[in-house]
Design a protein around this ligand. Structure first.
Ligand SMILES: [Zn+2]
Length: 302
């Protein structure tokens, strides 16, 4: 299983980042060091943990710990250490998977026996069978039972713990077909999963039900649900606020409509990539994807 999961998760962001984005010092540093987590205090009882894959959130309190996403499997020892600093695995009550990708669910294998895993219906369905991300030529094998979500939902689900109302809302066909956005309503914090890559072109997994245009509409919906004081945890990138999410939405609208317009005039993908998106979006390549790959994902979403 170690080999299987390593194959599943390793190439996605680590190799892409290293090959194409070595200019980003903070991102590169973040991904090359020995396994450990950086802790960002979001509120008095919520931490953002940054390891190698997607960002994690950890809610602490007397009734137990709630973990949102659990990084690559290879990070599980480091994650166990981070959890030990905050009460230990015995206190781990719920793990929420925002979607099926291995850089958000790899820790299920080591930690699933200690907590109830919660996710959208389609996350369990996908993890039950072999999956593929064609863009990165990645294949994954089915997860064993103890690493699967045992509580699943269709449109929304609430957890009540530590005097907090944790609300999961399914946003359909955004990054994948099984995305949850997780609101900590009393703390005014939201974990966006991979609906939000802060300051960079996002990977959208069109092959497993994601779509750039639907994702853009979904972000619009979230913007209506948060305010200027909301702490916004992105799937990738630094801790954000509503303004950062609005900037991301503005980029999505502008770049996707530009590609749609060029395609509508009969231009091929090669021609659109050659024309480009314009200099004002060049800084958004500092993350995971080049402009050409981002254009191809938009094109695939048409
Ligand atoms: Zn993802």
């Amino acid at each position: 299983m170690n080999i299987i999961i390593d194959r599943l998760v390793k190439p996605l962001f680590v190799s892409v980042v290293m090959l194409t984005l070595t200019t980003s010092a903070s991102f590169a540093d973040h991904h090359q060091s020995s396994p450990s987590f950086t802790e960002v205090q979001v509120t008095s009882n919520i931490l953002m943990l940054q390891g190698k894959g997607g960002n994690l959130a950890l809610l602490s309190g007397g009734q137990g710990l709630v973990l949102v996403d659990d990084d690559y499997q290879e990070m599980s020892a480091a994650l166990t250490d981070a959890i030990a600093d905050n009460g230990g695995l015995d206190k781990l009550t719920y793990i929420i998977n925002t979607h099926w990708h291995g850089d958000h669910t790899g820790g299920n294998l080591a930690l699933g026996g200690h907590a109830t895993i919660v996710a959208h219906d389609n996350v369990r369905t996908r993890l039950l069978s072999a999956q593929e991300i064609k863009l990165f030529n990645m294949k994954s094998e089915p997860y064993p039972e103890q690493a699967l979500p045992s509580v699943t939902y269709t449109s929304s689900l609430s957890l009540h713990i530590n005097e907090e109302h944790v609300e999961l809302i399914h946003l359909a066909n955004g990054h994948t077909d099984g995305d949850s956005v997780v609101f900590f309503k009393n703390a005014n914090v939201v974990h966006m999963g991979d609906h939000f890559f802060n300051g960079m072109f996002p990977f959208v997994d069109v092959g497993t039900g994601g779509n750039v245009f639907t994702l853009t509409d979904n972000i619009d919906r979230v913007l209506d649900l948060i305010d200027e004081n909301t702490k916004v945890i992105p799937g990738h990138g630094p801790l954000a606020n509503k303004k950062d999410l609005q900037d991301f939405h503005t980029m999505l609208v502008a770049t996707s409509s530009s590609v749609k317009m060029m395609a509508g005039k009969g231009q091929s993908l090669d021609q659109i990539q050659a024309a480009g998106l314009g200099a004002q979006w060049s800084s958004w390549t500092k993350g995971v994807l080049s402009e050409d790959v981002w254009i191809s994902i938009i094109h695939n979403s048409l």
